[in-house]
Design a protein around this ligand. Structure first.
Ligand SMILES: C[S@@+](CC[C@H](N)C(=O)[O-])C[C@H]1O[C@@H](n2cnc3c(N)ncnc32)[C@H](O)[C@@H]1O
Length: 304
C-alpha cells in the first residue's frame, strides 16, 4: 500500500474552532466545500482545475478519507485541498464562520430510501438553514443524485431556508464512483439541484461547552457503580481501569447526543489529599454538553 501524507488532514479536535480557513491555506481565496467526497475524485480534479480556489472536503468514512489522501499524495499538485473527517452536520455547525463558503457540492448523497431511515437524510430543512448561514451571498449548493424521490424530498425541505432553487436533469458529467456505478447500471440522466442563496439565515456557530473538573475528598474504586443514562444525552459506561500505584482511575464512556457519538475517558487522580475528576489527557473529542454531563455523572458516582 502506498504511503500517504497526512498534511491536508485537519484534526478538527485540535484546532481553534470555528476554523479560519485563510490561515489553513495561507492565503485568501474563494472557499468551496464538498460533502461526502468518497474517493475524492471530483474534489481533486476541481482543485487541480481551479488553483485559484481553495477546497475543503468533508467525509465521515475513515477508509474513504485514507483513499482520498493516497490519491492526493499521488497527484501532489493539489495543495489547495484540506480534509475533514467528520459528520458534515457537525462540520457546518462548528467549523465554518458564517458567510464564508462560495460553493458547496454534494454528489450522490446517501438517499436512505426506507421510510424508517428518512431521518438520516442530510439535506433536511434544519441542515439547509445551517448551510445557508455559512454561505456567501449568491453562493451555490449543488446536489446531484440518481434518486428522484430523494430530490423531491429535498425540494420539500427548501422552504424558508433562504435559497432559490433550480432543478434539471443532466447526463453523467461528474465522473465519480457512484455516478459511474448508476450509469453502468443503465441510468442515463441524473437530478442536479442548484440552490442559490438569496437571503441570509442567521444560525450561530455552535460553541464548545466549557468542561469543569471536580474535587473529591475520598474515592473508593471498589464502590464505583456507574448507572447508564439515556435520553437526549445518553451516557453508557464501558469500563473502569484503576492503577493503585498511581492512585489513578480511568473511566471509559460512550456519549451519544443529537448528531454525535463519542468515546470519552474521564480520569480520577489523587493529587495530594484530593481526588480530581476531569477529562483525561491525550484524547480527541469535541467538548459538547454530553461530554460535560459525562464528567458530572462520573463525579456524582465517585462521591457515592
Ligand atoms: C453514495 S456515497 C457518494 C460518494 C461520492 N460523492 C461519489 O459520488 O462517488 C456518499 C458518501 O457520503 C458520505 N457521507 C454520508 N453522510 C455523510 C455525512 N453526514 N457527513 C460526511 N460524509 C457523509 C459517505 O461516507 C459516502 O462516502
Amino acid at each position: 500500500m502506498m504511503a500517504y501524507s497526512l498534511k491536508p488532514l485537519i484534526t478538527h479536535q485540535h484546532v481553534e474552532r470555528p476554523i479560519t480557513w485563510s490561515r489553513q491555506f495561507n492565503r485568501r481565496a474563494p472557499l468551496d466545500v464538498e460533502i461526502g467526497f468518497g474517493l475524492g475524485e471530483f474534489l481533486i480534479r476541481s482543485a487541480l482545475a481551479h488553483p485559484q480556489r481553495d477546497y475543503v472536503g468533508i467525509e465521515q468514512h475513515q477508509e474513504r478519507v485514507t483513499n482520498a489522501l493516497t490519491r492526493m499524495t499521488r497527484t501532489r499538485a493539489a495543495t489547495n485541498i484540506r480534509i475533514l473527517k467528520i459528520d458534515a452536520r457537525l462540520a457546518l455547525e462548528r467549523l465554518f464562520f458564517p458567510k464564508t463558503i462560495t460553493c458547496l457540492y454534494c454528489l450522490f448523497p446517501c438517499p436512505w430510501p426506507k421510510t424508517g431511515h428518512i431521518k438520516h437524510r442530510l439535506f433536511a430543512n434544519k441542515f439547509l438553514k445551517i448551510v445557508n448561514s455559512r454561505m456567501k451571498h449568491r453562493g451555490k449548493v449543488v446536489i446531484v443524485t440518481d434518486s428522484r424521490s430523494y430530490i423531491e424530498w429535498i425540494l420539500g425541505q427548501v422552504k424558508d431556508t433562504g435559497f432559490h432553487y433550480c432543478l434539471r436533469t443532466v447526463p453523467p458529467q461528474y465522473d465519480t464512483k457512484f455516478e459511474r456505478k448508476w450509469h453502468s447500471d443503465g441510468q442515463q440522466n441524473f437530478y442536479e439541484l442548484v440552490l442559490t442563496k438569496i437571503t441570509h439565515q442567521s444560525v450561530p456557530v455552535k460553541k464548545d461547552t466549557p468542561l469543569q473538573s471536580h474535587a473529591l475528598k475520598q474515592f473508593d474504586p471498589r464502590r464505583f457503580y456507574f448507572k447508564d443514562q439515556t435520553g437526549d444525552i445518553t451516557v453508557i459506561f464501558k469500563e473502569m481501569l484503576f492503577d493503585p500505584v498511581k492512585d489513578k482511575a480511568m473511566v471509559h464512556l460512550v456519549v451519544a447526543e443529537l448528531d454525535i457519538t463519542q468515546h470519552f475517558w474521564v480520569s480520577i487522580i489523587k493529587r495530594g489529599k484530593i481526588w480530581r475528576v476531569c477529562k483525561a489527557d491525550g484524547q480527541s473529542f469535541l467538548p459538547t454538553p454530553g461530554v460535560a454531563r459525562a464528567i458530572e455523572l462520573v463525579y456524582a458516582t465517585a462521591q457515592c
